[in-house]
Design a protein around this ligand. Sequence first.
Ligand code: JCF
Length: 691
Amino acid sequence: MKISTPKERAAALRAQLDEANYRYHVLDEPNIPDAEYDARMRELEAIEAAHPDLRTPDSPTQRVGAAPSREFAEVRHALPMLSLANAFSDAEVEDFARRIRERLGRTDLEFSVEPKFDGLAISLRYENGMFVQGATRGDGETGEDVSANLRTIRSIPLRLRGKNWPRVLEVRGEVYMPRAGFEKYNEAARASGGKIKALVNPRNAAAGSLRQLDPRITARRPLAFFAYAVGQVEGGDLPATHSATMRRLRDWGFPVSHLIDTAVGVEGCLAYFRRIGLRRDALPFDIDGVVYKLDDLAAQRELGFVGRTPRWAVAHKFPAQEQTTTVEDIIVNIGRTGAATPAAKLKPVFVGGVTVTNATLHNADQVARLDVRIGDTVIVRRAGDVIPEVVGVVLDKRPAHTQAWQMPAHCPVCGSAIVCEEGEVVARCSGGLSCAAQRVQAIFHFASRRAMDIDGLGERYIENLCALDYVHSVADLYKLSISNLLEMKRLADERDGTTPETVKAGKIASRWAENLIAAIGASKRTTLDRFLYALGIPDVGEATAKALSRYFGALGALMQAAPEELMQVPDVGPIMAAHIATFFAEPHNRKAIAQLRAAGVTWPESEPQREAQGPLAGKTVVLTGTLTSLARDEAKERLEALGAKVSGSVSKKTGFVVAGSEAGSKLDKAQELGIEIWDEARLTEFLRAHE
Ligand code: JCF
């Protein structure tokens, strides 16, 4: 075997690392595990440390971050960085296309279409294939030289692949922070107890990270890059269409989104807009619309510009997911277990496609962290179907004489003390079921579809049944008469301002009441796991209720179990075991259970099943990457309910690995060991088939 010189070895390692980077960031097809990448990087660093003359500016070791600077130098862009016109409706897109047809005297328009990335626009300059400078957009004419920061971003090539690049090539695109990296960063910020400030959104995070004067800080931020245009090109040729240019950039090593496509006419563009809109929430990065560009570059030149905006491109925006508005009040909602959740009452604002007047503030810690005050101007976010939340305060707009908010000392519904247990973030009303809010929520949960499944018993009805004193606890539901229900409905309609007093309405109402009584009666025959879930024991969700039911088989055995025994149940830890034991020790809970049984609530009891059961019994499963349709905790619970053991690391004993998007080293390892790999679709399909 030929022994290579340090110089040859360094060159070989660089080539391997560049190739791995390209596979990972550009092709989305990683070829080596993270651990191997790291090992090669360390070897290269060692060679360069021993032979400093072998260190090249384009070496992958040079991404760790140079020494801090005092300020950014100004960069005049060789070609100005433009901005795009916006379209907010289909009609505006049609206007855009019509203007192009009229100017060109052509009807057949082909567009290059792509997502509009929500980050920071930058320009990268390459000379003879080497990265020489990178700048922010600035005012479009002059930006800031952030080369040292950009070098730390692994998806930005330091030298180009392939050949026949123009002597000078400027590539424009967007630096962004992937959502997973943003979430991870904020988790660490929260864990730091205020030492690290949380980031408001991935866009601000990307901008703030690039503006660090110390590149070593930027190096620690999970930034990425997508190319979407070229600037100055000298000494070389590019293809005749935008889409072909993007493919060429990909060959040269630039990350180009795989969502980029071509579309024919306005219909094609709008179809793309809707397709991307449906996928928006599941993407691993934020986008705020799509961009349509006339694909033919000669036609682009013919159309030219109006001021700074090209006539040949438009950004079709989604409804904004963030807006600012003012906080009119901060109130506290009391949940089923007494959890006191602060919420902001807002001046109505249109965000994420709906008008929002309430936004959650999660808990008192969150209010303190954000320092939200009544009167503040705040940023409200509503993404997809997620409940609206306040994500930040615009401090510049804070009025004089505001006060920091504090959790009230007493429950706004029942007046009991609100207490916060040592070490918990959640404050709770101490009123228990004497608190009307908790009572209503507890009964609503009891009746819900996945619990006792009493069809037609909604929250409004329960509120009124409680207000009329017909119902104090869940067992009282089984004592309701038709006349109780009719009386309650009269009250409910009156409160809602709908009082149809006709004979026909009376008949419909009595039919309704009969049906509801029948539904209540039908709910008596249930299963132990539904019953346990319906009781609303703190922390006991459906999966835990199933596990408890399987393990004990009968309610009596469960009610007598000590915490140590409860911890034998799969997935029950010390905190949950304590909650369960405390729940069954409470006299009023024992009384409610006795009343329910006396009212005729029954279920088949069975033998305790102490071995893992189910289609995945005996299988070890590893979850990696980001799942989009369910939370990782939920996936874990549901897999365990089917008998699987969910583990954090891949080994020869692993049954299969579920790989979400952006799966990393665990996926690599699984591939290496030849372990079965499931994608998210296969997992959800399996869960659907077996639950
Ligand atoms: O995010 C994008 N896909 C995108 C943004 C694409 C473009 O061609 C852009 C842009 C922002 C400004 N062009 C300009 C001039």
